[in-house]
Design a protein around this ligand. Structure first.
Ligand SMILES: C[S@@+](CC[C@H](N)C(=O)[O-])C[C@H]1O[C@@H](n2cnc3c(N)ncnc32)[C@H](O)[C@@H]1O
Length: 523
């Protein structure tokens, strides 16, 4: 990371004026987008039956109060009952274990057919809405925000590895558990009892603790433990400093002025990735946290090339024995996955020197696959070193950077690009509010704010991706966005066609906003 080019150390106050910077943010903001889609959570009064979930027709059922339409809470309860029955029928019919808190319950739902998975989504969304309505607005605000206390309990329990201190199939008294940790008796008990309210551990009799499926995972799943550690010990303190960072630097574009930098005393000194680079244990934890995320529902690598499911077709690349470069590709797990499927493609995985050094060698057990994958140290804030490749792939990279940085990354590609070279960006692509199912919407919106917290960066809409390419150079022709079925991540595609200066596909971009972005981007 020492090679990070000098402009990375530019503070947000260098170059552009404060007004330009604000404009730069705004030009990529939802404020410039089309009218909002209707949100799915009810905005109407209680007795207007407005379905949260499109496919349900239960609202038509009569209610106890004859002649009146059912209230929203009744509609939601009916949705939950109806969709739960569908899920249960499917699970029982296929001899699948029913969801449970029992210690031996599966950690994940099995893969479900699309229709049954939709039912499951409806249960999740309707239960949340019903819970909020049943609490009422004042109570739900008053106590809903105390979810940070849940995070605090998990932070301490996970850090001290309490779940690992007794076998998953046994119980332990609080007194004995306390002898195995440096936490004192009162703090151990009070934190465990908060976790119990969230299904993590249980207390089958007074002062006796047993595992649940959730606490078992905290004992056995190292990647999940890393996910919890990264979020609780890195993201959570950073979140607590976003207010401070936004008060000092409202434009929120500088990598070194994020909540993370305020939390860890690195303002104007170094960005988060450099901080992690100096602390191998913390970097490893983040790496494993990303493995946990990637293995999670809707983020699986297999979606990328699942052509039948709407993924990308690399058949042509394979047919011509082309080259695929995974920029910021970590230890190359995406390339390993693709190389198993596409036998003629050559792969280059680029990352910072320390990441490349720590990659497994060979990269995988299959010698034929490993032979076609080259790991290369490269800093994407410098000019691209692998020239004339066919595909340059960025997975979870652009969302780490605010607009001026993201433009610079794309511009660094230009000297290496041959006509027809493709840029693929694989990450979230935000839709208009209310178009995702509420669970995915909530995950993506929270991921967006997490990016603000850590790196003053953001998730983007299709228009915002399009504008990025437009601002990076006229030769980028935006090809669109695809989203494989069942996947939360999208595939954003542009092709390098330097001879086409005036391209219809990019003329819709708001010229004034693109111009202001270009002006604010580092030279
Ligand atoms: C969020 S991770 C994404 C990793 C991988 N693409 C994936 O999908 O899991 C960001 C990656 O970018 C790498 N990175 C950060 N700054 C970089 C830079 N300036 N040049 C190259 N790689 C960088 C990190 O080391 C890390 O592997």
């Amino acid at each position: 990371m020492g090679k990070l080019s000098s402009w990375l150390s530019l503070s947000s106050s260098s170059g552009a004026t404060a007004e330009q910077k604000k404009e730069n943010r705004r030009s990529f903001s939802p404020f410039s987008s089309s009218p909002l889609a209707k949100p799915k959570l009810a905005e109407t009064s209680d007795d207007e039956a407005k379905p949260a979930v499109p496919s349900s027709d239960v609202a038509k059922e009569p209610t106890a109060a004859a002649g009146q339409s059912p209230s929203r809470i009744t509609v939601l309860a009916q949705i939950i009952a109806k969709e739960t029955e569908k899920v249960e029928t499917y699970m029982r019919g296929n001899n699948l274990p029913m969801p449970s808190f029992e210690v031996d319950a599966p950690g994940d739902f099995p893969r479900l057919p699309e229709e049954i998975n939709r039912s499951r989504q409806e249960i999740i969304s309707a239960s949340k809405e019903l819970g909020l309505l049943a609490q009422g607005p004042r109570e739900s605000i008053r106590w809903g925000l105390w979810s940070f206390i849940d995070v605090l309990a998990l932070t301490i329990l996970n850090h001290f590895e309490i779940a690992k201190l007794f076998p998953v199939d046994s119980t332990i008294t609080l007194a004995e558990l306390q002898t195995k940790t440096s936490l004192d008796a009162i703090n151990l008990a009070r934190l465990i009892r908060v976790a119990i309210t969230n299904g993590i551990f249980r207390e089958p009799s007074p002062n006796v603790i047993a595992h649940t499926a959730g606490s078992r995972l905290l004992a056995e799943d190292g990647d999940l433990q890393a996910w919890v550690g990264f979020n609780c010990e890195d993201v959570f303190p950073a979140a607590g400093h976003v207010l401070q960072s936004l008060k000092a630097h409202p434009e929120a574009t500088a990598l070194m002025r994020s909540g993370f930098c305020f939390a860890f005393d690195t303002v104007d000194k170094e960005p988060m990735f450099v901080t992690f680079g100096k602390d191998p244990a913390r970097a490893r934890r983040m790496g494993r946290a990303m493995v946990s995320l990637t293995g999670g529902e809707g983020y699986e690598v297999s979606h990328l090339s699942n052509v039948e499911g709407g993924g990308y077709d690399f058949g042509e690349l394979d047919a011509k024995g082309g080259t695929f470069v995974d920029v910021g590709g970590s230890h190359g797990f995406v390339c390993v996955d693709l190389a198993k499927k596409y036998k003629n493609v050559k792969f280059v995985v680029q990352d910072l020197p320390k990441t490349v050094e720590s990659a497994p060698s060979p990269i995988c057990d299959d010698a034929e696959v490993a032979e076609r994958i080259t790991l290369l140290p490269h800093d994407f804030f410098t000019e691209q070193v692998t020239k004339d490749a066919d595909v340059y792939f960025f997975r979870w990279i652009m969302h780490n950077y605010s607009t001026p940085y993201a433009i610079k990354i794309l511009q660094n590609m230009i000297p290496a690009l041959k006509p027809g070279a493709r840029i693929l960006i694989n990450e979230n692509c935000l839709q208009e509010p209310g178009l995702e199912n509420p669970w995915d919407e909530s995950l993506m919106r929270r991921m967006d704010v997490t990016m603000l917290t850590l790196l003053n960066s953001q998730e983007r809409t299709e228009e915002e991706f399009k504008s990025l390419f437009k601002a990076a150079g006229d030769g980028f022709v935006f090809e669109g966005v695809r989203r494989p079925k069942g996947c939360r991540m999208s595939i954003v595609e542009a092709v390098w066609q330097p001879e086409l200066k005036e391209v219809a596909a990019i003329t819709e971009v708001d010229e004034s906003s693109a111009g202001s972005v270009a002006a604010a981007a580092p030279a």
